[in-house]
Design a binder for this molecule. Structure first.
Ligand SMILES: Nc1ncnc2c1ncn2[C@@H]1O[C@H](COP(=O)(O)OP(=O)(O)OP(=O)(O)O)[C@@H](O)[C@H]1O
Length: 273
C-alpha cells in the first residue's frame, strides 16, 4: 500500500517563535483513517496547514502521494487534499447549499452543464441532497459541516483533513458528522484517506490509527484501542483517557483491553457479585 502523505524531517516555527516541529516524520498510508490528538498548542492545526501548503516548511519534505509539495506543485497538490475547518459559519460562500458546493467546481472551471449532477452526488454522499436550495444560515451546525464536507467531496480529493470539525457541534450534530465520515469511509474504502484532528477521544476511537503530537514529535502512535489503555502515558501528555477506559480500569477486575461503550456494558452484565 502506498503512502498518501509522507513527511520527512520537517522543521517549522512561526516567525520569532521557537520551532514547533524539529525533525518531524509521519507517513499516512492511502486509505487509512488517522486521528491526530495532542494538547492545546501542540501544533496539530499547524501541521494540517503545512500539508495543505497554507504554510511553508522551514525545511524537510512533505509529499502527497508521489508529489513533493513545492511552490510549483502547490495547485496540483491541493487538488488531492481537501480540508474541513472547525467553525461551520466560516466556511460558506454561496447563497444556497447548492451554490456553495458549486463554488469550488467553478474555481476548477468545471463546465456548468456538468455541475448539477456533481453537486447532487456530493450532497447525497453526506445525506444533504434534500437541502440543496436551502440558505446556509437556516441549517444546524452539523448540517453545515456536512455541506462543508460535500463541497470538499465534489472536488474528489484523495485525502480529507478535518481540523476539529465537530468541536462546535451539539451531540446530535457531532454524531451525524461522524456517521457521515463512517459512511464515506465505507463507500470509498482505500480510495479515501482521512486525517481527523480532534480533542474528542470518542471521535479518535473511530480511526484505524491514532497519533499523539507532543513537543514537535510523535509521542505515541498505535491503534486507538491499544493507546486508550495507556492511561498514565496519555495523562502525561495532557490528554484524557476515554471514559470507558477510566471506568474499566476502576473496576476490581479490569478487562485487559479497551472496550467500547457497548462492549463494556455487555462485559459488565457478565460479572457476578
Ligand atoms: N498564526 C500564528 N502566528 C504565531 N503563532 C501561532 C500562529 N498559529 C498558531 N500559533 C502558535 O503555534 C502553536 C501551535 O498552534 P496550533 O494551532 O497548531 O496548535 P493545536 O495543536 O492545533 O492547538 P489546539 O488544540 O488549541 O487547536 C501555539 O503555541 C500557537 O499559539
Amino acid at each position: 500500500m502506498k503512502n498518501a502523505i509522507t513527511i520527512n524531517n520537517l522543521t517549522y516555527g512561526y516567525p520569532d517563535q521557537d520551532p514547533l516541529f524539529h525533525g518531524f516524520d509521519l507517513a499516512v498510508q492511502e486509505g487509512q483513517w488517522l486521528s491526530i490528538v495532542g494538547h492545546n498548542g501542540s501544533g496539530k492545526s499547524t501541521l494540517a496547514k503545512l500539508i495543505l501548503g497554507l504554510l511553508e516548511a522551514n525545511s524537510g519534505i512533505i509529499r502527497v502521494f508521489d508529489q513533493e509539495l513545492t511552490v510549483a506543485t502547490l495547485a496540483e497538490v491541493r487538488e488531492q487534499v481537501g480540508m474541513v475547518f472547525q467553525n461551520p459559519d466560516n466556511q460558506f460562500v454561496g447563497a444556497t447549499v447548492a451554490d456553495d458546493v458549486a463554488f469550488g467546481l467553478e474555481n476548477r472551471q468545471v463546465p456548468s452543464e456538468e455541475m448539477p449532477a456533481m453537486i447532487e452526488a456530493a450532497l447525497k454522499q453526506v445525506g444533504m441532497a434534500d437541502f440543496a436550495d436551502r440558505e446556509p444560515h437556516t441549517l444546524s451546525g452539523g448540517q453545515k459541516q456536512r455541506v462543508a464536507l460535500a463541497s470538499v467531496l465534489a472536488l474528489k480529493p484523495k485525502v480529507i483533513i478535518l481540523d476539529e470539525a465537530t468541536a462546535m457541534l451539539d451531540p446530535a450534530g457531532k454524531s451525524a458528522v461522524l456517521q457521515t465520515l463512517k459512511d464515506l469511509k465505507h463507500h470509498h474504502q482505500d480510495q479515501l484517506t482521512l486525517i481527523v484532528i480532534t480533542h474528542d477521544m470518542a471521535e479518535a476511537a473511530l480511526a484505524d490509527r491514532l497519533v499523539v503530537i507532543n513537543d514537535g514529535q510523535l509521542a505515541l502512535d498505535d491503534r486507538p484501542q491499544d493507546l486508550f489503555v495507556q492511561g498514565q502515558a496519555l495523562k502525561e501528555l495532557g490528554l484524557d483517557q476515554p471514559f470507558e477506559s477510566q471506568l474499566a480500569q476502576a473496576l476490581p477486575k479490569p478487562p485487559n483491553q479497551y472496550l467500547t461503550k457497548q462492549e463494556l456494558a455487555a462485559w459488565l452484565s457478565t460479572l457476578k457479585d
